[in-house]
Design a protein around this ligand. Structure first.
Ligand code: S3P
Length: 181
C-alpha cells in the first residue's frame, strides 16, 4: 500500500491505456487497476455481454460507482474505459486524486490497433473505421477538455510511459493550487 497520488489514464479506445498502465505501474511500484476488468470480474461477464443484456446506461452506472470507489484510494495507476469522459464528474473526481493523462491517437492509428478486436461493443456493428470516426467526432470536445494530452501516434510504448512519468514527477513537485474552502 502506498499513499502516492494516482495516475489515471483516459482516452478513446485503442489509445493504449491498458498497455501503458501496466508498464507505468511496474515502473513506479504502483498497483494497476483496469476498470473494465474490475467490472467484468464483479459482474461475472464480458463488457460486450453486459451491453447486450443490461444496456449501456447500466454499464455507465457501474463505471460511475467504480470511479467513486477508486477515487477514495491512492497508489494506483487506473486504466479507464474510453467512455469515462461522457460524465465530466468522473474526470473531476479522478483529478482530485492525482494526475489525469489523456492518451490521444488518430482514427487511423486507433483502427490499426483495434482492427481485429471483437470485445468492444461500440465498435462491433457496421464499418469499424466509420464507427471510430463518428464516436471520436462526438466525443472530441470531451477529450479536448481533458488535462495532460499525449499524442501517441509517433511514440512507442516506452516513450509514452516516460512522458507520463515526467508529468507525474512534475505534478508531485508542483501540485496544482488548491482553492481555500
Ligand atoms: C468504451 C470503451 C471500452 C469499454 C466499453 C465502452 C467506450 O474500454 O469501457 O466498451 O465507451 O469508449 P476501452 O477504452 O478500454 O476499449
Amino acid at each position: 500500500m502506498t499513499d502516492a497520488p494516482n495516475i489515471v489514464l483516459i482516452g478513446f479506445m485503442g489509445t493504449g491505456k491498458t498497455s501503458v498502465g501496466h508498464r507505468l505501474a511496474s515502473r513506479l511500484g504502483l498497483t494497476f487497476v483496469d476498470m473494465d476488468h474490475v467490472i467484468e470480474q464483479r459482474q461475472g461477464c464480458a463488457i460486450s455481454e453486459l451491453f447486450a443484456t443490461r444496456g449501456e446506461p447500466f454499464f455507465r452506472s457501474l463505471e460511475r460507482d467504480l470511479v467513486r470507489e477508486l477515487a477514495g484510494r491512492r497508489g494506483l495507476v487506473i486504466g479507464t474505459g474510453g467512455g469515462i469522459v461522457l460524465n465530466p464528474d468522473n474526470v473531476a473526481d479522478f483529478a482530485r486524486t492525482g494526475l489525469v493523462v489523456c492518451l490521444k491517437a488518430s482514427p487511423e492509428t486507433i483502427l490499426r490497433r483495434v482492427e481485429h478486436d471483437t470485445t468492444r461493443p461500440l465498435l462491433a456493428q457496421g464499418d469499424k473505421a466509420a464507427r471510430i470516426r463518428d464516436l471520436l467526432a462526438k466525443r472530441q470536445a470531451l477529450y479536448d477538455a481533458a488535462p495532460n494530452p499525449i499524442d501517441t501516434d509517433a511514440l512507442g510504448l516506452d516513450e509514452v510511459v516516460e512522458t507520463v512519468i515526467r508529468l507525474y514527477r512534475q505534478a508531485m513537485v508542483h501540485p496544482p493550487c488548491r482553492r481555500q474552502a
